[in-house]
Design a protein around this ligand. Structure first.
Ligand code: IYR
Length: 220
């Protein structure tokens, strides 16, 4: 193994540029909304590939990069995913989710119907690698998998938004069916399902707001 260190390439910005870049990014991200109504309009694959490339730059425990991204465009695979997700979600909404959970979700207006799983031109299925597999099939321990994959998903959502695309962070529960439908190996577990595309012309979003800065930040 190569344990060398190399000189850091770090671009030091002028203070005014730091301020304007930080404001601009905050403004752009403030425009992001989770979208549940998609158009079937085509999206160039390169936009998706570039966003995955960005996600894969995320920091990770021991730089193990414990993620895999499956991009689903095939209508038949999307149909299978929708059927399996709706079967699980129907059970969840009608039998498994306690009333306080349903109450917490009420402002979002969600239910077990998931047409976006077929309408959106792409489904990005993010898998977390709970352990690695060496060439001789021995298990390699991975560290901070949830944190690492969560950060990569944050990079991914930001990249897709800046590329002018709409996303939904969808977590059908349980989502083990994705491992089977997509034929992923035993060390991978589904982490997040992200439909990507343009919003439908008549898309609506829930009237919800973010907490003000003073509620989420403490300065000591
Ligand atoms: N997985 C379900 C329920 C759901 C749960 C939470 I927490 C949400 O923020 C939104 C939905 C669904 O996708 O409908």
């Amino acid at each position: 193994m190569d344990h060398r260190h190399l000189p850091l390439q770090f671009q030091r910005l002028e203070p005014e540029q730091q301020l304007s870049e930080s404001r601009r990014f905050a403004q752009r991200m403030a425009e992001r909304r989770t979208v549940r109504f998609f158009s079937d309009e085509h999206v160039p694959f390169e936009l998706i590939a570039n966003a995955i490339q960005t996600a894969a730059l995320a920091p990770s425990g021991a730089n193990q990069q414990p993620w895999h991204f499956v991009i689903v465009q095939d209508p038949e695979i999307k149909r299978q995913i929708r059927a399996a997700a709706e079967a699980e979600e129907k059970l969840s909404y009608e039998h498994r989710m306690p009333q306080d959970w349903l109450d917490a979700l009420a402002p979002l207006g969600t239910d077990w119907h998931k047409p976006f799983l077929e309408t959106a031109p792409y489904l990005i299925v993010v898998f977390r690698l709970d352990y690695g597999l060496a060439k001789d099939n021995r298990k390699i321990k991975h560290y901070y998998v949830q944190e690492s994959v969560g950060i990569a998903c944050g990079f991914l959502l930001a990249a897709l938004h800046l590329a002018g695309l709409a996303t939904l962070t969808h977590t059908p529960s349980p989502m083990g069916f994705l491992t089977e439908i997509l034929g992923r190996p035993q060390n991978e577990r589904p982490f997040l399902l992200i439909p990507v595309g343009y919003p439908a012309a008549d898309a609506t979003v829930p009237a919800i707001t973010k907490k003000p800065l003073e509620d989420v930040m403490t300065r000591l």
